[in-house]
Design a protein around this ligand. Structure first.
Ligand code: SF4
Length: 509
């Protein structure tokens, strides 16, 4: 069948939605954020492996005009279309589906992503979409759906649809695949590896998933991440964590290094594979056996409480360069309230240990929790400053954002119970980070801006510049500066009271 994975380049006031692989969507003018959508990448590859024709059309990250995007789609003339959606753009997607149905009357359209995993029936009731796929393994659900449409298989679990009378039905709860090694490696040509990267990553960059779902220490969180704001861990992964085998990951990386000259991999698994020391030991052996050590660098998300001396040593040996670590608040009360199952002390210890051993840190934090006072946010600012200025190294950075709670997430449920929402529950377009959505006792936007400005402090700048050791790092700092300026351009500096202020990737770890 002729299948298309589409990211239409919707614009809002000239800005594009940072939708792909972003936990929280915002519209932005940035040229620097082009994150590869990993599960859709697996979906496209799956379909190609089954012999279907595949169009990978990411109009957002290719910064396409509507005309250019439509031109590619019209020329392809799809039979099946997949669209990833999120709360802030779900209304836009419903309208777009109407347009697609007018243009391609026989096309079948499927929606996927976190929002529709929580509210699958809603899209069937509000749009002409044919199928809604639930859960995070929508690469597998989508593959099965196309096989069903091709008349080769029954409809698999996790799909919502309408019967002939228009009644909504489902094939039951989605299932998560245990055997992740059985999935094909992402086809980097089909999915255009060259189109993707971010300011804080070295180039050429490739994104990868070592697994799916957030792993945590057994003693905190019972082995999985539970943060109440973490939309993917709840909506997509059902509070589980799975890993591919080290050999399987290393084999995919080897292809990327040899064939596409990739230098840095970013593992966008929720907390990387760092929670599993056996996995890391095995991964090191694999890299050594394949003679890959020293031929690439690796960066990933990480929970700080997963770090200990042996694990950090292993990360360094394997080629890790950067860890993206969530602080989220300088208040232990807040961290506990969020079910993050860490403490400020544990996070600080992990960050400093990693920095002591030469890793760079991207620290993420959030402001504007309804229960936080001025004193709490000041603590967040001070802890961020302490960690950011500790042994500064070229590539260290931070992101601060105003907290967002997506519909369906535990934090959103709490917000609806406690009347914290500043907007209607289903005012989906307002969840786009352009304005705070939760009541707050502080001016969260101003605090976020103030925190961002820590990166302009001479101590931080001098620490960055004096630790540059390679041309790649010079390039990284240059792009980081452009990204910071782009960020200021997006929001103004300082951010006015009514404006939200955030980066899209913040709410991870
Ligand atoms: S926010 Fe981070 S630590 Fe918390 S559950 Fe999500 S991925 Fe895990």
């Amino acid at each position: 069948m002729k299948t298309a994975v589409l990211y239409p380049p919707f614009r809002k006031d000239g800005e594009l939605p940072l939708l792909t692989q972003n936990r929280h969507l915002k519209f932005s003018k940035t040229q620097e954020v082009r994150i590869f959508p990993l599960v859709p990448g697996h979906l496209a590859t799956n379909l190609k492996h089954l012999g279907h024709e595949v169009l990978w059309l990411d109009g957002i990250n290719r910064r396409m005009s509507d005309e250019e995007f439509d031109g590619h789609l019209t020329a392809f003339n799809p039979e099946v279309i997949f669209l990833e959606t999120k709360a802030p753009v779900v209304n836009r997607h419903w309208r777009y589906i109407e347009e697609l149905k007018a243009q391609f009357p026989n096309v079948k359209i499927a929606l996927m992503g976190d929002h529709v995993s929580y509210f699958p029936e809603e899209s069937l009731l509000n749009s002409k979409v044919d199928y809604v796929m639930t859960g995070g393994d929508y690469d597998i659900v989508g593959r099965n759906l196309v096989e069903f449409l091709a008349g080769k298989a029954p409809l698999g679990p996790g799909v919502w649809y309408r019967d002939a009378e228009g009644k909504t039905l489902s094939t039951g709860p989605h299932k998560l695949e245990e055997a992740l090694d059985s999935l094909p490696f992402i086809d980097r040509e089909l999915t255009r590896v060259q189109d993707y990267g971010e300011a804080y990553l070295l180039r050429p960059t490739a994104y990868i998933l070592t697994g799916r779902g957030c792993g945590a220490p057994k003693e905190s969180g019972g082995g999985v991440g539970l943060c109440t704001f973490c939309i993917w861990q709840h909506a997509l992964w059902g509070k589980t964590a799975r890993l591919r085998s080290p050999a399987n990951v290393a084999a995919e990386m080897e292809i990327c290094i040899n064939k596409y000259k990739i230098w840095e991999f970013f593992d966008d698994n929720e907390s990387g594979p760092i929670y599993n020391i056996e996995w890391l030991r095995e991964f090191y052996k694999e890299l050594k056996a394949r003679k890959l050590l020293g031929r690439f660098q690796f960066s990933s998300n990480c929970r700080a409480d997963n770090l200990n001396e042996e694990i950090v040593d292993l990360l360094v040996l394997c080629g890790w360069r950067l860890l993206k670590i969530g602080l989220e608040s300088g208040s232990d009360y807040t961290i506990k309230h969020l079910a993050k199952c860490e403490t400020v002390e544990l996070i600080s210890r992990g960050v400093k240990m990693a920095k002591d051993k030469g890793l760079v840190i991207l620290l993420t934090t959030m402001m504007g929790y309804p229960w936080e006072t001025e004193e709490d946010v000041r603590k967040t600012y001070e802890v961020t400053k302490d960690l950011l200025f500790y042994k500064v190294r070229a590539g260290d950075c931070m992101q601060a954002s105003v907290v967002i709670a997506y519909p369906g997430s535990p934090l959103w449920m709490e917000a609806t119970r406690k009347n914290w929402l500043l907007i209607g529950k289903t005012d989906y377009e307002k969840y786009d980070m352009s304005h705070p959505i939760l009541k707050s006792q502080i001016n969260a936007s101003e605090w976020a801006t103030k925190t961002w400005n820590l990166m302009k402090d001479p101590r931080f700048v001098i620490g960055q510049v004096t630790t540059v050791r390679s041309f790649r790092q010079i390039n990284l700092l240059w792009r980081g500066l452009q990204s910071l300026l782009g960020h200021v351009q997006d929001y103004g500096d300082p951010v006015p009271e009514s404006k939200g202020h955030a980066t899209p990737q913040t709410a991870v770890n």
